[in-house]
Structures are given as C-alpha cells and as structure tokens.
Design a protein around this ligand. Structure first.
Ligand SMILES: Cc1cc2nc3c(=O)[nH]c(=O)nc-3n(C[C@H](O)[C@H](O)[C@H](O)COP(=O)(O)OP(=O)(O)OC[C@H]3O[C@@H](n4cnc5c(N)ncnc54)[C@H](O)[C@@H]3O)c2cc1C
Length: 462
C-alpha cells in the first residue's frame, strides 16, 4: 500500500508518528486528547475535517511538515487563528500561532513579522516609533493572513492595500524548500502572494514597510437607529469630501442584549460611525463636524489615539464567535442607493443581522499601485458588509435571507466583485478577481503546486 493510501484511509496514527519524528512543535491527530480544540477555528460553527494539527515552532517545522505531507500525499493548510476557516478535508492543519515574533527596524521603517503575529503584536512596537502597520478593524487577525488576501486597512485610502507594503516573504514552497521571495527573485510568486491568498506558498515571515502615523485621531459615535437617515446623509457628505488620511465607516448595528455590553448600548438598535484620521485631533474633528449636527448621540469615543489602540475603534469581539458574512462592493451611494439600503435593512433593527456596514474606500485603494500585487485596485467607492451571528440552523437561514434581500435591493449599485478578505465561508476566490487575474493565479498554482499540497481557505482552483 502506498503512503498516500495508508494516510488517507484514516492512517492518522502513522501520520502523527511521521510528524512527531520531524518537527519540534506539538502534533495532535484524530483520537488524541485536545485534538478537537486544536483544530477548531475562530468560528466554532465550522468543522475543520483535518487529519492532524501541527503547532509549528519555527520555519524549519513548516518545511518539515510540508515534506511529510508531500510524501504522504496529503495537503497542508496554514492557519494562524482560523478567522477564515474551511473544511480542509484530510489535510494537515499547520497552526502558526507560536511564531509571533516582530522585529521593527525604525531606521528603515520596516518590520519583520512572523507568520503567527497578530496586528496586536505589530502595532504597539511600530507605534513607539510613530509608525503603523496596515491593520484593519480587528487586532487579533494575523498580519500574514490579512496581507496575503490584500488587507483592507484603516489606512488603505492613504497608503493602499496592506499587501503592497510587503518587501519580501520568507516561504516554504510546495516541495518543502525554503526561500525568500521578492520582486526581483520571483516576480510571479511575489505578485500572487500579495492579494491572491494562501494558495501558493507557506509563509513563515514577511518583511513589511511600516507607514508614518505620528499623530492619530479617531473613535466611534453612536445614535439610536431612529437617526439612521440623518447619519447616513452626513456620512455621504463627509466621505464625498474626505481627504485620503480620513477613513469613515457606517454601521446599522444591533448591540447584543448580553450583560457584557455596557448600558446604554446593551440591546440597542443603533446607527454608528467610526473614524480614523492620520493627523492632529483638531483637524480630524473639523472634518467630522457634520456628524455633530445630528442630535441625539448617546456615545462619542473620539479622541487622540495610540496606534496600538486602533482595534478599540470598532471593539469587535476578540473571542471565537460564529459569524456569517456577506460583502458586496458598491458602485455608488447616491440618494436612491441610500434609500434602498435603509429600506432593506430596517425597519428599526437589522436583526437577525448583527450589523450592516459601509466602509469608505477610494483614495490610494482606487489607484493602481506601481508593481502592485494580485489585489489590484478597487474602483468601487464603498464596501457593504452584512454580518450575522448564528446560533442555530434556523438563524443561519434567516441571516442568509436577510443578507440576500439587502443585496437584491442594492443590485443596481453592486459590481459583483468582493475583496478577497471579505469572502464568506465557502465562497470561491473567483468572486474576488477579474478574469485575467484569476487566470494568472490559476496558472501559477498549477505550475508551483501541481500536486495541490498547499490548501488555502479560498482556493483559486476551487
Ligand atoms: C473580526 C474580523 C475583522 C476583520 N477585519 C478585516 C479588515 O478590517 N480588513 C480586512 O481586509 N480583513 C478583515 N478581516 C478578514 C481577515 O483579514 C481574513 O479573515 C484573514 O484571512 C484572517 O487571517 P488569519 O490568518 O487570522 O486567518 P486564518 O483563518 O488563520 O487564515 C486564513 C487563510 O490565510 C492563509 N494563511 C494564513 N497564514 C498563512 C501562512 N502563514 N502561509 C500561507 N497562507 C496563510 C491561508 O490560506 C488561510 O486559510 C476580518 C476578519 C475578522 C474575523
């Protein structure tokens, strides 16, 4: 019997033996105590049907796991914290959470970031030097997973995609070989890794450019949902004139009724705006003045911000949470689109959704980057995100229905494309790319990983 048969026929024990002989990190296989906890992603509703889990200690472990997987004829799925889960049927789950080193070179304005480092690991170190990484709303996603998918940051309008701030990737290829990938050493792979997802190599570290953030201002304003129309009008007006240094997001939000949510937000149907401004507080406040003309605000957290505190703006959950996301890129947010959004998201509450979100894009995100990666650029000016937190199959169905009805109402204003990092569970990579980009990514996958050893959550051939 070939090694491949031996393992895919449930030979998890033999695979575990091979892995334990080869790596320093913890290895768990089906039947081991702790296996279920080790294979669980951030969304506990998604079952990751892997054969084994390896918690890699270093790049040598990543190479060793890949070599074992190749011989065994099974796949390897790299995963930091599982914010983008998938079934990964029969693969080895390679957890990178023990590889969290971050070294900042303040003089060069760069950071060497290991595969498992979260933005929360990068930002405090960068912030001490008046610099920032290109983090998004959550401090607990890995900088690597975020960046491989392009990465839509608070600072995307000023500086473009996170992926285009990468100088080099340290990788293990599908053969288990280690290398450093730059624009000069391997232009095709360097292009694909900047936005095409995790299908092309296992990244052990990235060298990224940090961006200047000597002063930062931001926070959140909250009103009752009854103010939604006025707040959305102000949002459209503020974002129409916003400089690239200002990013403003809008939410129709149903705060959960849990004791952990402080009054007066607990259980509230709300409308909120969130802002981050690369500049001084007085200027930031002036740019957001129109929101102060909407009376009835019940919370205003705006103020000078530390780079390390970026994650507090949206205060997203940092503990594992079931979630069902659907995103659409909007081609316009004119009077009719705004009216359709409010009519389809209400009345009164977005439930069973947790929120309906608008992110203002544009700025550098809309301009092709010089030698940019597979993420390309986004012409659509707004991103619509609709998220629910399902607790049962019935709730899942109700959330999906609500998402579909909002998307239907906005069909005339959607392009059909979605940013890679906003693909929902089970959505194919094809939705994220124009045809020529997808074809190039697919050719590269076939060329670099003909046996399909590397398994990504949104595979380009899927
Ligand atoms: C609460 C929350 C907020 C978010 N906010 C934003 C946001 O503001 N902007 C934005 O752009 N995205 C955002 N995202 C999406 C997020 O960027 C993606 O889910 C991203 O893939 C998460 O990376 P991760 O490594 O933490 O997830 P994981 O599930 O661990 O990894 C996701 C995929 O990335 C690839 N990958 C990860 N590590 C490696 C590696 N070392 N080598 C090769 N491939 C690898 C794999 O294909 C893997 O399947 C958010 C997600 C959540 C849950």
């Amino acid at each position: 019997m070939s090694d491949m048969r031996k393992h895919t026929d449930g030979g998890a024990t033999a695979l575990g033996h091979d892995l334990r002989r080869s790596v320093r990190g913890r290895v768990l296989v089906r039947g081991d105590e702790g296996f279920d906890a080790a294979r669980a992603p951030w969304d506990p509703a998604v079952e990751q049907n892997v054969l084994a889990v390896v918690e890699a200690e270093d790049a040598a472990d990543v190479a060793a796991v890949t070599a074992v997987a190749r011989l065994a004829g099974v796949g390897v799925a790299a995963q930091a914290y599982g914010h983008g889960p998938a079934a990964f049927e029969g693969a080895i789950l390679l957890r990178t959470g023990r590889m969290r080193g971050v070294q900042v070179d303040a003089g060069a304005g760069t950071a060497l970031v290991e595969a498992g480092a979260r933005w929360a690991d990068v930002l405090p170190v960068a912030g001490k030097h008046g610099l920032t990484g290109m983090a998004g709303s959550s401090p607990v996603v890995s900088a690597t997973g975020f960046t491989l998918g392009g990465g839509l940051s608070w600072f995307g309008r000023a500086y473009g995609f996170a992926a285009d701030a990468v100088r080099a990737f340290e990788v293990v290829d599908a053969d288990g070989g280690r290398g450093r990938v730059t624009a000069a050493s391997d232009p095709d792979l360097f292009w694909a890794l900047r936005g095409g997802g995790g299908d092309f190599a296992l990244v052990t570290a990235m060298e990224i450019d940090l961006r200047p953030a000597p002063s930062l201002y931001g926070g959140r304003l909250v009103w009752p949902a009854s103010c939604a129309r006025e707040v959305l009008d102000a949002y459209r007006s503020v974002t129409a004139k916003a400089p690239d240094e200002l990013s403003v997001w809008f939410h129709l939000l149903q705060f959960p009724p849990f004791p952990g949510v402080p009054e007066p937000l607990r259980g509230l149907s709300a409308v909120t705006v969130e802002a981050a401004f690369l500049g001084e507080p007085e200027e930031g406040r002036a740019l957001l003045r129109e929101f102060e003309t909407v009376s009835g605000a019940i919370l205003d957290t705006r103020g000078r911000l530390e780079v390390a505190d970026l994650g507090t703006i949206c205060a997203e959950p940092t503990d594992p949470t079931p979630s069902l996301l659907r995103a659409e890129l909007l081609t316009a947010l004119d009077d009719d689109a705004a009216a359709a959004l409010l009519a389809s998201s209400g009345p009164g509450t977005v439930a069973p959704l947790a929120y309906v979100q608008l992110r203002h894009l544009g700025g550098a995100l809309a301009r092709p980057a010089e030698n940019g990666g597979a993420c390309g650029h986004i012409e659509e000016p707004y991103l619509l995100g609709m998220l629910g937190v399902p607790g049962s199959p019935e709730e899942t169905a109700a959330i999906a229905d609500r998402q579909a009805s909002i998307a239907r109402a906005l069909t005339p204003y959607t392009s059909g494309r979605k940013p890679f990092t906003f693909l929902g569970h089970g959505e194919g990579a094809a939705a994220a790319f124009p045809g020529d980009v997808l074809a190039r990514l697919r050719d590269l996958k076939r060329d670099r990983d003909p046996m399909g050893v590397i398994r990504a959550n949104h595979p380009v051939l899927g």
